[in-house]
Design a protein around this ligand. Structure first.
Ligand SMILES: *Cc1c(COP(=O)(O)O)cnc(C)c1O
Length: 241
């Protein structure tokens, strides 16, 4: 995540032929590696305004846009208003088996469609996929609040375990650091897999957990217990000094 000011400082005032052309500013809503953090609509507008003033196109990678919409209580139309193009995934939190859309002007979409075909992105019988995406739009947006509540339960539970520090989640992603436990994220992930719990490894001691419509509150509590057990087991396995 960055501010309009940071963007201004990154722009080259009088580009020479040696400079990389600066033609696109992209923001990610929510910011995955930012902890699933939500871009504030004022910050989004300010960034878009700086770009527009320089004739630079703007894109919102809104893979998790609806998580931001539900968390902030701001309509998607307001969040995307300053952006030339927007991406939205129907998978991820919205729970469709596949599907995503790219939105933009008619001219932009015509060009994007050609690139999609050139890259092999062709699916003739796409209607059955679109039906699942439409279902997700009708039924799976408001319920994202449950994922956010579950993420907060997970964060609170993990924070109570010795050796773990947790970043307070904005949405459905929970990042935590277990360096205090001495166990590496890869080992934790491997041992949790044995309990049927999957987490992402995002650093030597840093992991990411994600709540979504297949994860119940009971499942979250089970995950907290499993992490506690795995770390506790490990502590017992440390040879006496
Ligand atoms: C998942 C994701 C995408 C695209 O994913 P698809 O499965 O190809 O739709 C794009 N951007 C971000 C930030 C994502 O998380």
């Amino acid at each position: 995540m960055f501010s309009a000011d940071t963007l201004l400082q990154a722009l080259i005032p009088h580009p020479s032929r040696y400079d990389m052309p600066q033609t696109l500013v992209a923001v990610e809503q929510t910011a995955n590696m930012g902890g699933g953090a939500v871009w504030d609509v004022r910050a989004l507008d300010a960034v878009a305004e700086v770009a527009r003033a320089r004739g630079i196109a703007t894109h919102m990678d809104g893979a998790r846009l609806m998580n931001a919409v539900v968390a902030a209580g701001v309509p998607a139309s307001d969040m995307v208003a300053g952006y030339d193009s927007v991406w939205l995934d129907f998978t991820k939190g919205l729970g469709a088996p596949l599907g995503a859309v790219l939105c933009g002007s008619r001219e932009f979409i015509d060009r994007a469609w050609r690139w999609k075909q050139r890259l092999g992105g062709s699916l003739r019988q796409g209607g059955i996929c679109a039906a699942a995406c439409l279902y997700a739009l009708d039924h799976h947006i408001d319920r994202l609040a449950e994922d956010h509540a579950n993420a907060r339960i997970l964060a609170r539970g993990l924070a109570q375990i010795d050796g773990i520090s947790v970043e307070q989640p904005d949405t459905n992603l929970v990042f935590f650091d277990l360096s205090g436990s001495g166990m590496e994220a890869e080992e934790l992930a491997g041992r949790l897999r044995g309990h049927g719990i999957l987490i992402s490894i995002v650093g030597r001691y840093r992991a990411r957990a994600c709540t979504h419509l297949d994860v119940t509150e009971a499942g979250v509590r089970e995950a907290i217990t499993a992490v506690r057990d795995v770390l506790g087991d490990d502590a017992r396995n440390v040879p006496p000094a």
